[in-house]
Design a protein. Structure first.
Length: 319
């Protein structure tokens, strides 16, 4: 059986498949003349998964077809691609700044096909723990081994469902609760129920020594306003119809739990002694000169990028 046979990489029902979609976009960005990020390993995953909608995204064929059919829809697609590129850059910068500040353990919750452990210029003695579903990590590591990619930090895989007791698995894998950590939560939260999201952050908080840092992509509550989700779904359907290469395009929001309002992640962290800031996806796009064209409706993905640092005991006493 081929390594990829147990996945339907374009399925709307398989959350593992979403990891390939993000990798395909990073591979597409890497092909650009002036890329914001370079992830040369991302294309290995796309190739290993075979020809499908994601290989069409990486090659640029899907965008080109859509642009000929409907330039407005193409601009909308471009905004989604730019969001992934700017988001990747954001998390890259966050984690390298944490390493520069002396943090030596990085925990990527729902690492998917993220290749930061392989591609970033890490200082010495960094350990990157990657947590995700077993089948995702299995596909990822088999593909990277086949591509003869070597990690640039100590890489520790922790195959686990993040709704289960992942702290135990992380501790067994060597995580040190007495040392600060950098936590990355990118492209995960909307897949979790509200209760699972709260539990995830409770656990991050419990495992964090002072000076730990977290970066998380949270769902912007604006998206839950009446009509937004329906407009998003209608636009995706128009894309599928307009471009044959996008006929199998899945809708990630079908896997999101949109049933209840979520805690505001920045507020939640602040109440527990973390301090930081929030950027909207639109602000992040503007920072990198990638804003969607003015007047393009619902162009910006519904994301908030939250970063925070846990106070030291001293901060807490003085604050
Ligand atoms: N963070 C990666 C990135 O940005 O490239 C992957 C993002 S991908 C959109 C979502 C990831 O969340 C998938 O790899 C999926 O397997 C993982 N995921 C979702 N729910 C999960 C759960 N309950 N336990 C473990 N992983 C989960």
């Amino acid at each position: 059986m081929a390594r990829t046979d147990n996945h339907t990489w374009t399925s709307t029902k398989d959350v593992a498949a979403t990891a390939l979609g993000v990798a395909a976009v990073r591979a597409a960005e890497t092909r650009n003349e002036d890329p914001l990020i370079r992830d040369p390993l991302a294309k290995l995953f796309v190739e290993a998964a075979g020809q499908n909608v994601w290989s069409m995204v990486t090659s640029g064929a899907a965008y080109d077809e859509l642009r000929s059919a409907d330039p407005e829809l193409a601009a909308s697609m471009q905004a989604s691609l730019d969001h992934i590129a700017t988001r990747t850059k954001f998390f890259d910068e966050f984690v390298l700044a944490a390493a520069d500040a002396g943090i030596r353990q990085v925990v990527i919750l729902a690492a998917g096909l993220d290749t930061r452990a392989w591609r970033l210029p890490w200082p010495d003695a960094i350990t990157v723990y990657e947590l995700d579903q077993p089948e995702v990590l299995e596909f990822k590591l088999a593909t990277l081994r086949e591509g003869e990619a070597l990690p640039a930090a100590t890489h520790v895989e922790v195959p686990v469902d993040l709704r289960d007791d992942w702290p135990q698995a992380l501790l067994r894998a060597g995580f040190d609760v007495t040392a600060p950590a950098a936590w990355l939560v990118e492209g995960l939260l909307p897949f979790l129920s509200v209760a699972s999201q709260d539990l995830l952050f409770e656990r991050v908080h419990e495992l964090s020594a002072p000076n730990s840092r977290v970066a998380a992509e949270a769902l912007d509550g604006e998206f839950l306003k009446p009509g937004s989700v329906a407009r998003h779904r209608a636009r995706l359907q128009r894309m599928r119809t307009a471009a044959a290469t996008l006929a199998e395009l899945s809708d990630v929001t079908e896997l999101w739990d949109l049933s209840e309002d979520r805690a505001d992640v920045a507020d939640w962290l602040r109440e527990r002694g973390w301090h930081g800031s929030v950027l909207t996806a639109a602000q992040l796009l503007a920072r990198h000169d990638r804003s969607a064209p003015a007047g393009l409706a619902d162009a910006t993905p519904p994301s908030l990028l939250v970063t925070a640092r846990l106070d030291t005991g001293d901060d807490r006493q003085s604050g």
